[in-house]
Design a protein around this ligand. Structure first.
Ligand SMILES: Cc1cc2nc3c(=O)[nH]c(=O)nc-3n(C[C@H](O)[C@H](O)[C@H](O)COP(=O)(O)OP(=O)(O)OC[C@H]3O[C@@H](n4cnc5c(N)ncnc54)[C@H](O)[C@@H]3O)c2cc1C
Length: 505
């Protein structure tokens, strides 16, 4: 498949496991916009958030037009790990947990009522220690899990701690018994849920202006006139201020074959710094895939190579009968410093709405956005709305220690404007890239193609003016301050061809 076809189907170099039973050829096809359109609401982005928002609005009798820069579900949703959890990464915040529980149930409800065969099932989620019982840190971490369990119970989360918990199929030498059991978690196949309303693909929004009505302009020169626009683009399309309170993390997944029934159907998660999570999805009549993900790092920081190998080694140490690794993929998630996503009316706007900052719980966050945005457009008060308000300051302010760390990270990328990764072009290996600073010009990136020919581009991303970083896993550039998943898989030369980079020579 050519790079540009691949980039229309998924925002990454490699295919995720979800194509195994749902190849791109089975996705419904939608036309590219070729006329001006009038509608009630224009939804930009056909990921889980955009589709959920459009679904809820159509369900409430609104005319919806959706536009998508690639093909449907080609963004981060195509590359998810697919746990559906109300167990939030930084622990529970009562009302927040309730809202994700609502979203989880909504997925169940919609898949049942529309008869979508998407492998949806409720499962227990196991929170375990990262250490073996013979490691002195094991007891300390298990004590933390016990404490977390007690705290979650106080806000009536159905959770218990089981001493000596053993997960069926875990037969490796790493003995990690004991864990928190969260009831009513779930999983599903993320790309079997497809849009069923007016949709135009390969249609990129370039601007949205509020006049009497909202005018959404597309890259191919057409205008969608609507009462409201919802930007469900994952990457914020608005003020730089939103980037300032968001972290961009790259996360990795593999799918490894296991005999059906040999491993308990459950969600597993450990709380390590480079944490791991596990779930199953169908492979064929005899086998399932164990989807193992994690090993996140801030974009543009840390070595990106060896991450898939590390995930594989982790599985094999615990599930010794695991077979071949058939898929490996990675993607980017965005998390605000207060760990709560942004859903709602955009700062300073009246008819423009935004969904972003969903972190590692982006699937339930996207489904939740469907309800919150539909309510806000209809003028209904939703008790969760203020928690996700895009203008909130109080919880962001409470996260000051994180904020400082985050600012230091962002500043580091601006500091790179005066630093070189290499001494000279001869240092760049074929098939990779590096940043070079040649005083007095702005930094440039040098990409050497497989034939060894060097190509020089501007190193500054056009939006945030931060310096790009080479990612050896995806063989392309990361935009560390705000990555654009929709474009992040463009090969260095495709970027040039699409006008995304300025070629220097
Ligand atoms: C490896 C990995 C594992 C993950 N695991 C989990 C998990 O287990 N559970 C969980 O809940 N979450 C998980 N997440 C996060 C979750 O998948 C995402 O947060 C979620 O899918 C984001 O959905 P979205 O609809 O907001 O964004 P997307 O799916 O990215 O959709 C946004 C769409 O907008 C389009 N777009 C962007 N700009 C424009 C424009 N200008 N014009 C038109 N269209 C545009 C893009 O092409 C894209 O298709 C994971 C993420 C990754 C990368």
């Amino acid at each position: 498949m050519s790079h540009s076809t691949q980039s229309m189907n998924t925002s990454g170099e490699t295919d995720p496991v979800w194509v195994h039973l749902m190849p791109y050829s089975k996705y419904p096809q939608f036309p590219t916009l070729n006329r001006h359109v009038e509608t009630d609401i224009c939804v930009v982005g056909a990921g889980i958030a955009g589709i959920s928002i459009a679904y809820e609005l159509v369900d409430r009798g609104k005319r919806v037009t959706m536009i998508e820069a690639g093909n449907v579900l080609s963004g981060v949703t195509s590359r998810t790990g697919s746990h559906l959890s109300n167990y939030l990464e930084e622990g529970y915040v009562g009302i927040e947990e309730n809202s994700h529980t609502w979203a989880l149930r909504r997925i169940k409800e919609i898949s049942r009522s529309l008869h979508i065969d998407c492998e949806f099932r409720m499962l227990p989620g196991y929170g375990i220690s990262q250490y073996s019982r013979d490691d002195p840190n094991h007891e300390k971490e298990v004590a933390g899990l016990r404490k977390e369990t007690e705290m979650a119970k106080t806000i009536r989360v159905p959770v218990s701690f089981r001493e000596g918990l053993i997960i069926k199929g875990w037969d490796g030498s790493s003995d990690q018994r004991g864990g928190a059991i969260f009831a009513n978690q779930a999983t599903f196949h993320p790309t079997k849920k497809q849009p069923n309303f007016q949709c135009f693909t390969q249609t990129r929004m370039v601007s949205a202006e509020e006049r009497v009505l909202v005018q959404v302009r597309t890259a191919n020169g057409y205008t969608i006139t609507a009462a409201d626009v919802v930007k469900a683009t994952c990457v914020p399309q608005q003020k730089l201020g939103v980037f300032a309170v968001m972290e961009s993390m790259r996360t990795y997944c593999i799918a490894i074959r296991v005999r059906r029934g040999s491993i308990e159907d459950c969600l597993i998660c450990n709380g390590a710094q480079d944490y791991k999570y596990v779930r199953l999805t169908e492979c064929d009549e005899k086998n399932d895939y164990l989807v193992v993900g994690g090993y996140d790092h801030r974009v543009g920081q840390m070595n990106t190579s060896g991450r898939f190998e590390e995930l594989e080694a982790w599985v094999r140490e615990r599930f010794t009968h695991a077979g071949s690794v058939d898929y490996h993929w990675s993607g980017q998630v965005f998390g605000p410093v207060d760990f709560i996503g942004f859903i709602g009316r955009s700062q300073g706007k009246t008819h423009t709405y935004n969904v972003t900052g969903d972190g590692g719980n982006g699937l339930t966050h996207g489904v939740l956005a469907g309800c919150l945005i539909a309510d806000e457009i209809q003028g209904k008060i939703n008790p969760c709305a203020s928690l996700y308000n895009t203008n909130r300051l109080s919880s962001v302010a409470k996260s000051m220690p994180w904020m400082w760390q985050h600012d230091a990270h962002v500043s580091a990328h601006y500091k790179r404007q005066v630093q070189s990764d290499m001494e000279g072009i001869e240092d760049v290996a074929a098939g990779s890239g590096e940043v070079m600073k040649e005083v007095p010009t702005d930094p440039i990136v040098v990409y050497k193609d497989d034939g060894g020919k060097a190509h020089r581009f501007s190193a500054l991303c056009p939006h945030a003016k931060a310096v790009l970083s080479w990612n050896d896993t995806k063989k392309g550039w990361d935009r560390p301050v705000h990555d654009s998943p929709a474009r992040s898989n463009l090969k260095p030369m495709d970027e040039y061809a699409k006008g995304e980079r300025t070629q220097i020579v």
